[in-house]
Design a protein. Structure first.
Length: 368
């Protein structure tokens, strides 16, 4: 039995009867950018997350950049970012001339280490970007006193956490502003690149909407130098249909995660993930840790199990960020995790039989 890492076709098939007729209408009307469909999606997502305002933009990296710009981060300012995240979190700061300041993660949940954040704050720090990694909510509530003390903006990177929550609230509504991504593989995935910025601050929302449209709130009236980063109507239609199913799909992911935990509990050498107390995770990824990871991954793939890596290289060890001057060994938790992590197949339509096959192949590989 082959087990895919992700089955987007099953999700698309579930919404096709709803989406395709709307796309045909859009083809005939030629209303492709913005419009009523985008406005409806923005309103529905804001209500779902529990914030006042949502602005759709073109991709997740743009969303983080625009959020940083909206709170006043600029050239030379420092932005604290976890070392174990996708590079886009740091790229967004770099693109506006700010300096990503990297910190380690905690060893249990692999989320941003709040003590490390406190040690990294300087007089140039303007923001901290906790990442809700793998679909679990980062400890934003623990960062709030520090942010208030130093006047820092908390910008959530919520790209992997649509529907996740902690005791403090739903991911995407915990900081001053949040950036999420609707890349196709996300829990709420578009049919291409798309994303949104979420906030309760009308000035932030206005700034993002203006800058993302070439700095123009009124056509041909350009207030600032902006960018072109807008959400397409066909993506909004796709996302609206998926948003209506997101709770059910996330529930299916949680059931699959519980099943994995049972299946893997008796396999020596497999360290299964755990949830931070108070979290309701959405399991965008189910990430285990094993020794001799590269060999285990190769054996899984050879056996038809679509396992993957998220992420094999911490940001400070990439060539792109060598100029920051960090050394190997500086973030030991992130570095150790990067050598051991392994993402198992996880999607709402994952079957019991598929998970049993994954556990069987993993047990054989780890036991060698």
């Amino acid at each position: 039995m082959k087990v895919p890492f992700l089955d987007l076709a099953a999700q698309s098939a579930e919404i096709a009867d709803e989406v395709v007729p709307r796309w045909q209408e859009q083809l005939l009307s030629a209303g492709f950018v913005g419009g009523a469909e985008v406005a409806a999606f923005e309103s529905e997502l804001a209500e779902y997350i529990g914030v006042d305002l949502c602005v759709g933009v073109a991709n997740g990296t743009d969303a983080v950049e625009l959020a940083l710009r909206a709170v006043g981060v600029g050239p030379g300012d420092e932005v604290i970012v976890p070392a174990n995240t996708f590079i886009a979190t740091a790229e967004a700061a770099s693109r506006i001339g700010a300096v990503p300041v990297l910190v380690d993660c905690d060893p249990t949940y692999l989320l941003i280490d709040t003590d490390a954040v406190a040690s990294a704050v300087t007089e140039r720090t303007r923001a901290v970007v906790p990442v809700h990694l793998y679909g679990q909510t980062a400890p934003v509530e623990a960062l709030r006193p520090l942010a208030e003390q130093h006047g820092l903006a908390i910008i959530e990177d919520a790209a992997q956490s649509q529907g996740a929550s902690s005791a403090a609230g739903r991911a995407g509504g915990l900081g001053r502003v949040a950036a999420t991504s609707f890349y196709p593989g996300k829990n709420l995935g578009a049919a291409g690149d798309a994303c949104a910025v979420l906030t309760n601050d009308p000035e932030i929302a206005r700034y993002v909407r203006t800058v993302s449209a070439h700095g123009s709130a009124v056509k041909y009236v350009h207030e600032v130098v902006g960018v072109n980063s807008r959400l397409d109507a066909i993506q909004a239609t796709f996302l609206r249909a998926k948003l209506r199913r997101l709770e059910a799909w996330n529930s299916a992911r949680r059931a699959a995660a519980d099943r994995y935990s049972e299946l893997l509990s008796d396999i020596p050498g497999v360290h299964a993930p755990v949830s931070r107390p108070g979290n309701v995770d959405v399991w965008h990824l189910y990430v285990v840790q094993v020794d001799d990871r590269d060999r285990v991954l190769a054996e899984l793939n050879e056996a038809g199990v679509g396992a993957a890596l998220h992420y094999p290289t911490p940001i400070h060890l990439t060539d792109a960020y060598a100029h920051l001057g960090y050394q190997r060994g500086q973030f030991p938790v992130a570095e150790l995790a990067a050598r051991r992590i392994l993402s198992l197949p996880m999607f709402p339509h994952l079957t019991v039989e598929q998970q049993e096959r994954v556990a069987e192949v993993l047990a054989d590989a780890v036991g060698r």
